[in-house]
Design a protein around this ligand. Structure first.
Ligand code: ADP
Ligand code: MG
Length: 312
């Protein structure tokens, strides 16, 4: 220290910078390390005082840290591409309640370990919404993972073969929200169905899942094969979940029609076989009356369609 005091001001500043740099590295404060000199000049100019300068330094580090963490969460989520809820045209799907989707975007359902299911025919924006909700959860600090149902099933099967299923399930448990896209496009093998059942049971009331499916619940047995297991699976999935039904005609299809013919879209076709019910009424009735969620366990389900509320 005394050697520093006797040095010229320039050499003293260099030595000080080296020491500060080393301390900041040790404390892992890279954003402060990069900007503390600029911020010091700003603080001097603005007459911010010691505390003002300290505050600016800490704020800078926190903002950068949050940005880095968000970037990491978005990379870890393995979204196949970026979709945002802001870009979703809710007027194209009047059966969908915009407010319910925006409520999901606040992320409270993840904190409450609840689930969300988007059901409806192809091309209506289910994956878009799932990715949008997933991205919003990342922004709120939750750890999210995206998988198609087929990929997840293969991963579980491989882990089972390699005797590391418990390890994989434990790894998956670290995610607050796992998005499983396209349940119902392909039937699962018996083993895959059992493993998926195990996966969903593992998360039940512990962590959230978000699902898209082109199948209404009555048809889930066709892809999972086993009637009692499918009933138990649906029982777990719909327990404290938000179920959003999308009805109408493929957005892409309508867009290309509009582009090609320059005319307004035709009224909605019937949903594809095994697709979403043709009316929200049917969808509700199916879940409440014929769905497998009528066990002794109390099932609290929110089925959100425009029919029960203000719509878009
Ligand atoms: P699904 O998963 O229901 O088959 P997607 O989410 O893959 O449908 O949607 C197909 C394409 O159309 C995507 O590029 C998506 O962003 C777009 N799309 C669908 N619905 C809408 C909508 N209402 N507003 C904006 N884009 C939409
Ligand atoms: Mg999709």
């Amino acid at each position: 220290m005394s050697a520093l005091r006797s040095a010229t001001p320039a050499r003293r500043a260099d030595a000080q910078a080296a020491i500060i740099g080393a301390y900041l590295k040790q404390l892992r404060l890279p954003a402060i390390a990069r900007e503390y000199q600029t911020l010091a000049r700003d603080a001097e100019r603005q007459d911010a005082g010691y505390l003002g300068y300290l505050q600016a330094l800490l704020e800078h580090e926190i903002v950068e840290r949050e940005e880095r963490q968000l970037h990491r969460r978005l990379v870890q989520a393995r979204f196949p591409y970026e979709k945002r809820l802001e870009d979703f045209d809710f007027s194209a799907v009047p059966s969908l309640q915009k407010e319910r989707v925006l409520e999901l975007a606040h992320g409270a359902f993840v904190a409450a370990h609840e689930n969300v299911l988007f059901l409806g025919p192809s091309g209506l924006g289910k994956t878009h919404l799932l990715l949008g909700v997933g991205r919003a959860a990342c922004l709120h600090g939750y750890r999210v993972l995206f998988r198609t149902a087929a990929t997840l099933a293969s991963e579980l099967e491989l882990a089972q073969q390699e005797l590391r299923l418990p390890k994989l399930l434990a790894q998956l448990r670290r995610f607050d929200l796992i998005l499983v896209d396209e349940v119902g496009y392909l039937p699962f093998s018996r083993l895959a169905a059992e493993l998926l059942f195990q996966f969903f049971s593992d998360r039940h009331e512990r962590a959230s899942v978000g699902i898209t499916s082109n199948l209404d619940f009555a048809h889930w047995t066709e892809v999972f094969g086993h009637e009692r297991m499918t009933a138990a699976l649906l029982d777990r999935l719909v327990y404290r979940s938000t179920i959003l039904l999308l009805e109408g005609e493929s957005y892409r299809f309508r867009q290309s029609l509009q582009r090609q013919a320059g005319r307004t879209p035709q009224p909605a076709r019937r949903a594809e076989k095994g697709g979403a019910p043709d009316s929200a009424q049917e969808g509700c009735a199916m879940t409440a009356d014929t769905g497998p969620c009528n066990g002794d366990q109390q099932v609290s389900v929110t089925i959100a369609t425009a029919e029960e509320g203000a719509g878009t």
